[in-house]
Design a protein around this ligand. Structure first.
Ligand SMILES: [Zn+2]
Length: 84
C-alpha cells in the first residue's frame, strides 16, 4: 500500500512531479504521493488503457494542484471509495 502522509504542503508553479507506470495488481487507476524532498510522484496503473491512464494522470494532477490531500485514509482507499 502506498500511503500519502498529511502535512503542510507548499506548492509553487514548478512542481517536480515524476510519473511512473506500475501494475498495481488491482483496478485502482492511479495514486499520487509526496516525496521526502517535496516532489510528487504519480503512479498510474499499467492495466489502464492509454485514454484511462491520461484521465487518471489529470485526476491526480488536480489533487496535487488543489493540495487536495485531506482525510486520514490512504489515497488508494479514497480512490476506491471515491470520497474526494
Ligand atoms: Zn482522486
Amino acid at each position: 500500500m502506498i500511503y500519502l502522509f498529511l502535512g503542510v504542503i507548499h506548492l509553487n508553479d514548478d512542481y517536480n512531479i515524476n510519473v511512473q507506470i506500475l501494475d498495481f495488481g488491482n483496478s485502482i487507476p492511479a495514486v499520487a504521493t509526496i516525496n521526502d524532498d517535496g516532489s510528487f510522484s504519480i503512479f498510474l496503473n499499467a492495466r489502464l488503457s492509454y485514454e484511462r491512464r491520461l484521465e487518471a494522470y489529470w485526476h491526480e494532477m488536480r489533487h496535487i494542484q488543489n493540495q487536495d490531500f485531506c482525510g486520514e485514509m490512504s489515497v488508494e482507499e479514497m480512490e476506491a471509495a471515491n470520497q474526494h
